[in-house]
Design a protein around this ligand. Structure first.
Ligand SMILES: [Zn+2]
Length: 364
């Protein structure tokens, strides 16, 4: 994998290109192409904005991703449609995935404009499950999952409390129109093909215009940050990292001149290089864990977290970092580098290098 990376990097220009100045996160609009508008919605958190897009059809607009469920974002949507809608209303809402910066206003927008929601099956049902089951937060199953990682109880409780206090949790619209891999949405003069990615969320939809070489990428390909690839108590043995790496490889089958419209950060070109950089980032994280395994006979996911994220983290950031650590540990276990001893006497999972595990076995 790594030798492929260096070969590809040699033949690619080594910088991403940012051809457009981003709009302010205040409802300002930048026209990317005819019938395609870029808007930035504010977010009161470390990641301070999300890019959302308006796609023009002959008789209305499709919204792609909604922004957070806040009064400000709702006001901005009303204002943008009035000022930039050319007298046309909203015709549909497309959400790339269930995370609340992307689908937080799906309910409000579909109700307000009385229009359908478009989402993949996997994303709609997890949105529905999470929004209808907040009582599962901190239940015995979830507490046991975090206990197994070796995280001290008070830190687990702080993580759960952080989620309970989260002001942006959204409800789910009652129904949806399903998007599937390869579906083509004809909107205005463009055909948008649905390209599914996995790893950051279960069934993330990107839209690709072959003719104009434009990718509405959501969180599948971000220019400056790496999307969270997370294991939670819902799927402890998940192959999220493998799925994520496969999805990055799949995006590299798209035209190298594609203009990428991401959910965070500026619009950019050179998607093949960006996909390679992200793959490289995860290879480096895996190498750090291999080194940890070579230096410690046994370690917990909590100890691995401290190795990968050597900086102060809020409780919710810790939860995401722990999920990301577990995604890498699962990959190493699936690929034969680590053995996981599930639930030792104190109910904690420990990891050891396969090398140590084999030696132990041979001395039995
Ligand atoms: Zn996002």
């Amino acid at each position: 994998m790594q030798s492929t990376t260096s070969t590809v990097q040699q033949i690619l220009p080594d910088l991403l290109e940012f051809p457009l100045v981003p709009p302010q996160a205040d409802g300002s609009v930048v026209e990317i192409a005819d019938g395609l508008l870029w808007i930035r919605m504010p977010m009161p958190m470390a990641l301070d904005h999300i890019n959302v897009y308006l796609i023009e059809d002959s008789d209305g607009w499709f919204i792609l991703d909604t922004g957070l469920n806040t009064r400000t974002t709702r006001r901005l949507w009303q204002q943008i449609i009035e000022q930039h809608g050319k007298g046309k209303s909203v015709k549909g809402v497309i959400c790339t995935h269930f995370h609340y910066d992307h689908s937080g206003l799906a309910s409000w927008l579909t109700e307000t404009f009385d229009v359908p929601l478009y989402m993949t099956h996997g994303e709609f049902y997890i949105l529905k499950a999470i929004s209808s089951n907040m009582s599962a937060l901190g239940d015995a199953h979830q507490m046991a999952f975090y206990h197994q990682t070796g995280t001290p109880l008070e830190e687990v409780e702080a993580m759960i409390e952080g989620c309970r206090k989260d002001p942006f949790m959204q409800d789910s619209p009652p129904s949806f129109n399903r998007l599937r891999e390869g579906d083509v949405l004809t909107i205005g003069k463009r055909n948008w093909r649905v390209v599914i990615g996995e790893g950051h969320s279960p069934e993330h939809a990107c839209l690709y215009s072959e003719q104009d070489k434009i990718l509405l990428a959501g969180d599948q390909l971000l220019p400056h940050i790496s999307s969270n690839v997370l294991i939670s108590e819902l799927e402890p043995q998940g192959k999220q990292l493998e799925n994520w790496l496969n999805s990055l490889n799949k995006l590299q089958t798209l035209d190298s001149k594609t203009l990428v419209l991401p959910a965070h950060g500026p619009v950019f070109k050179n998607l093949h290089l960006r996909a390679q950089q992200l793959i490289q980032h995860h290879q480096e994280q895996l190498d750090l864990l291999r080194t940890l395994a070579s230096q410690h006979k046994e370690f917990t996911a909590y100890q691995a977290l401290k190795c990968l994220f050597n900086r102060p983290l809020s409780p919710v950031e810790s939860m995401m970092a722990l999920g990301e650590t577990l995604a890498h540990l699962n990959w190493l276990e699936d690929n034969g580098d680590l053995d996981c001893q599930r639930k030792n006497t104190s109910g904690i999972n420990t990891y050891l290098s396969r090398q140590f595990a084999d030696n132990d076995r041979s001395t039995l």
